[in-house]
Ligand binder design. Structure first.
Ligand code: NDP
Length: 271
């Protein structure tokens, strides 16, 4: 591990997948890294101090940030990465289930951000990298609730960045496409399934599994995070990997009707 010269980083969801790869990459790049998750694994991540935190719990988030500041005195970089998916028809989830998903993927990000901002404001500097997704840019059938959480993160992050820039703090987004992690194993199932959606849900599940099998390694996303974290003049968004770059480009430049047609085809839906 290189010497610590870049400052103090906090990564949520660091026990697995993208968060784990990111925490490792940041430590290698010279950050002092604190990682957090509900079940912080004890099989030591080189150069990373793992702490317990549930991002849906105000007190747990306050404890986490107090512990990091108690040990390291500051927070230069926050990576809001903890998140989960949900595969099912939008109508197949109760509002309570949708709220639980938002509580992790959206309010979890806001909770940790609000806990860290007073420290960054005091420092007069800081960088926040929020883990979005290509589903923060485009729709995805049977992923409506998940896509809604990531679209919310996009609007939140870009707006917040404008509020904070004058205080030396920047907020940026990383947008991965399919990435080989435990994401699929951890997908939440809808809590009020309807027969009418069985075939579509099953077919989308196959599309997703196949795409995941050939998806990017989490280290590709970690590289994008490192870029987003260290750019002197950061962009708002960093698509991670080839597919995400293509999706982001197509979304911006392909006419809506053509995009709609292609999206249905990709997802095995009738024209
Ligand atoms: P993983 O399931 O491998 O990792 C999810 C991480 O989040 C784990 O460390 C988990 O740890 C943590 N986590 C889940 N719930 C909570 C909670 N309530 N409080 C604290 N930590 C929590 O998935 P990925 O690495 O793939 O996902 C990371 C991020 O990347 C997510 O935001 C996801 O939406 C995004 N993403 C993933 C893509 C993919 O294809 N994999 C594509 C695009 C975006 P623990 O269970 O110990 O709490």
């Amino acid at each position: 591990m290189s010497t610590i010269h870049r400052g103090v980083a906090l990564v949520t969801g660091a026990s697995s997948g993208i968060g784990r790869a990111t925490a490792t990459a940041l430590a290698k790049a010279g950050y002092r890294v604190f990682g957090a998750s509900r079940r912080p694994s004890l099989d030591g991540l080189a150069g990373v101090t793992m702490l317990p935190c549930d991002v849906t719990d105000d007190a747990s988030v306050s404890r986490l940030v107090a512990e990091v500041v108690g040990e390291a005195g500051r927070v230069d970089l926050l990576i809001n990465n903890a998140g989960i998916g949900l595969l099912g028809g939008a109508e197949e989830s109760s509002i309570a289930q949708a709220q639980r998903l938002f509580d992790i993927n959206v309010f979890g990000v806001m909770r940790v951000t609000n806990a860290v901002l007073p420290i960054m404001r005091r420092q007069g500097s800081g960088r926040i990298v929020n883990m979005s997704s290509v589903l923060g840019l485009i729709p995805a059938p049977f992923n409506a609730l998940y896509a809604a959480t990531k679209h919310a993160i996009e609007g939140y992050s870009e707006s917040l960045d404008h509020e904070l820039r004058a205080q030396g703090i920047r907020v940026v987004l990383v947008e991965p496409a399919y990435t080989r992690t435990s994401f699929e194993d951890n997908l939440v199932k809808p809590d009020q399934t309807l027969d009418i959606y069985d075939a579509g849900r099953a077919s989308l599940s196959v599309v997703m599994r196949k795409a995941m099998e050939t998806g990017d390694m989490p280290e590709i996303v970690a590289e994008a995070v490192l870029k987003a974290a260290t750019a002197v003049r950061p962009r708002h968004r960093y698509p991670a990997g080839k597919m995400a770059g293509q999706v982001s480009f197509l979304r911006r430049f392909v006419p809506e009707s053509a995009f709609d047609k292609s999206l249905r085809k990709q997802n095995g839906l009738p024209a």
